[in-house]
Design a binder for this molecule. Structure first.
Ligand SMILES: Cc1cc2nc3c(=O)[nH]c(=O)nc-3n(C[C@H](O)[C@H](O)[C@H](O)COP(=O)(O)O)c2cc1C
Length: 161
């Protein structure tokens, strides 16, 4: 089972997670070894024990002010989720999936990249808005590869040791 902890403000990420879980279920029906996904959406009252086991995080990008790269980076909307991750055991955080809107150019998916440094975990993929089937296959494959790698080695792939 792959654990996925995510946040969705306007519903795009939620819609993508639904597609991703449906794809995982399909793969699992064909091959019992294929992982299913246990997805938990962040809310103020959610049980965050998903972070007590190896898990992945998925976060859309919400920035306010500046261009996020050269002049200021102010994360908005996802700060409570970030606080939860801060408070959790990020030794269990195997990787981060990011999302956003490509209209933001270099700022596309930037929050995932910031989290990568903050939590010393790799960005394992990005998708746009509600995503599509092709992105679901790509992200599922990346999740599977990182999960398998962790199960074989017993340690997460950190950016630095
Ligand atoms: C105020 C605001 C700021 C945003 N800033 C960025 C950004 O800097 N980079 C990016 O890739 N997407 C940005 N987005 C797009 C969102 O990340 C995108 O719509 C995403 O799919 C929202 O996910 P959700 O519906 O699950 O909350 C922004 C959207 C809003 C409303």
């Amino acid at each position: 089972m792959i654990n996925l902890f995510y946040v969705s403000i306007s519903g795009n990420t939620r819609a993508f997670v639904k597609r991703l879980c449906a794809y995982a279920d399909q793969q699992h029906a064909k091959n019992a070894d294929a992982y299913q996904i246990n997805a938990v959406e962040y809310s103020e009252s959610v049980d965050v024990s998903i972070m007590d086991h190896p898990f992945f995080a998925m976060v859309p990008t919400y920035l306010d002010g500046g261009d996020g790269i050269n002049n200021g980076y102010q994360e908005v909307m996802t700060l409570d989720f970030r606080d939860e991750l801060d408070a959790g055991n990020t030794e269990n955080l195997l990787g981060i999936v990011g999302s956003g809107n490509r209209n933001f150019n270099a700022q596309f998916g930037l929050t995932a990249k910031h989290y990568a440094r903050r939590f010393n975990s790799p960005v394992i993929g990005l998708f746009e808005l509600r995503g599509n089937d092709e992105e679901a296959v790509k992200i599922y494959t990346a999740l599977t590869n990182y999960q398998k790698d962790f199960e074989q080695r017993g340690v997460k792939r950190a950016l630095t040791h």
